[in-house]
Design a protein around this ligand. Structure first.
Ligand code: GN1
Ligand code: MG
Length: 368
């Protein structure tokens, strides 16, 4: 879509929402790989900034159900939440027609949230106290939601964070892909061999779930570092955002995902392979903060599976990136054709480093 067309569409959609004050600016916002996000600034004494998002229909085929999930979860949290709890959650804004989403001429769904002021999101962790704060925040979120009956939520993405289902999609993509010319590429072969040699271990959490060793609770689904907002003044976590993927699932996927995103100084798009490593010290702090909260609901068996989850999540995301590369980059936003291949390689390198540190990690968990 042309820039001016997009601007006029976003302007129109914004005006469908009931937000007081005159709109003074609308700009693209954030680093998300799925939805299109904008920051809307207004001149208004109560609330000045909002987040407007177009929900990606290729990923979320039933966006209305997401909005229900968010509302059910926040209602539950708000019932338990006392003033002393420091987390605030972005509120959904209503349209002038009284709905929590607007529909554009292409039947795309848009929603508006209040912007949480005076906050900052980080792309990398710079201190152990920040890592501990991240862990504490995720643990607190899980404490707030662990007693919400998972059956009350819609499973908006039934295969999301079910590692074996990503493996099946990968196998199908490998058979039919058309990226043949890159098959001799070292990165391609590395990814393919990496998955092949780990395929026996990828159902570890799902097997434990099926055996009744791990139970289904509520998961955030996407607790990566830049989805946690920190207060600019105190540097304490103030919010956990991007609630689209809230669904019934194993909290282990959340914890593993949070650690893979926080404890790798190279990030998801490293400049060179040697930038990638598993930062054990940061992981130790993050886990300490997490368990301080999560111990209230986690069983001893839950804790035993944490190292497996930490190892599994970069493998899962690597498989997702590699599969998307094979099918022609349809799911994750990319800036160039081989970005998903490089992202996959980065996740597998991280997983390989985690594997080296796994005995230390298991020992740590037995002491925490
Ligand atoms: C996607 O859109 P974003 O950046 O919040 C993805 C996550 C991945 C993440 C990797 C619905 O999240 O699962 O971990 O990219 N979200 C979805 O950066 O697939
Ligand atoms: Mg997301």
């Amino acid at each position: 879509m042309h820039k001016n067309e997009l601007k006029s569409l976003v302007d129109d959609i914004t005006r469908q929402f009931h937000i007081p004050g005159e709109i003074i600016d609308i700009t693209p916002f954030g680093q998300g790989l799925i939805n299109d996000t904008f920051k809307v600034s207004t001149e208004n004494s109560q609330h000045t900034n909002y987040i407007l998002q177009k929900i990606n229909r290729n990923v979320f085929s039933q966006p209305r159900l997401i909005i229900d999930n968010i509302r059910i979860t926040l209602e539950h949290i708000n019932k338990k939440h006392s003033d002393s709890d420091k987390l605030v959650f972005p509120k959904l804004c209503a349209t002038k027609a009284g709905e929590f989403f607007a529909v554009d001429q292409d039947q795309q769904i848009w929603r508006m949230l209040e912007f949480i002021e005076n906050t900052i999101a980080y792309e990398t962790i710079t201190s152990t106290s920040l890592a501990e704060e991240v862990g504490h925040t995720l643990g607190h979120f899980h404490c707030l939601t662990h007693d919400l009956n998972p059956e009350k939520l819609n499973d908006i993405l039934p295969h999301f964070h079910i590692t074996p289902s990503y493996y099946r999609e990968y196998c199908a993509a490998l058979k039919s892909h058309s990226t043949v010319k890159t098959e001799n590429d070292k990165r391609f072969l590395f990814c393919q061999n990496f998955i092949e040699s780990r395929k026996m271990t990828i159902d570890i959490l799902e097997k434990a779930k099926a055996a009744g060793d791990l139970s289904i609770r509520i998961i955030h689904g996407d607790p990566k570092l830049n989805n946690i907002l920190f207060d600019k003044t105190s540097n304490k976590a103030k919010s956990i955002i991007d609630l689209d993927t809230i669904k019934p699932g194993l909290v282990h996927y959340d914890l593993g995902d949070c650690i893979r995103s926080c404890c790798n100084p190279g990030g998801e798009n490293p400049k060179k392979a040697s930038d990638i490593s598993f930062d054990f010290i940061q992981a130790k702090s993050l886990l300490g903060g997490y368990l301080e909260q999560a111990r209230r609901f986690m069983s001893a068996t839950d804790i035993t599976f944490i190292p497996d989850a930490i190892r599994l999540l970069p493998i899962e995301l690597g498989i997702r990136f590699f599969t998307d590369y094979l099918v022609g980059n349809k799911y994750f936003k990319t800036q160039y054709a081989e970005q998903n291949l490089e992202r996959a390689q980065a996740q597998f390198l991280l997983a390989a480093d985690i594997e080296k540190k796994l005995p230390k990690l298991k020992q740590l968990l037995s002491q925490l």
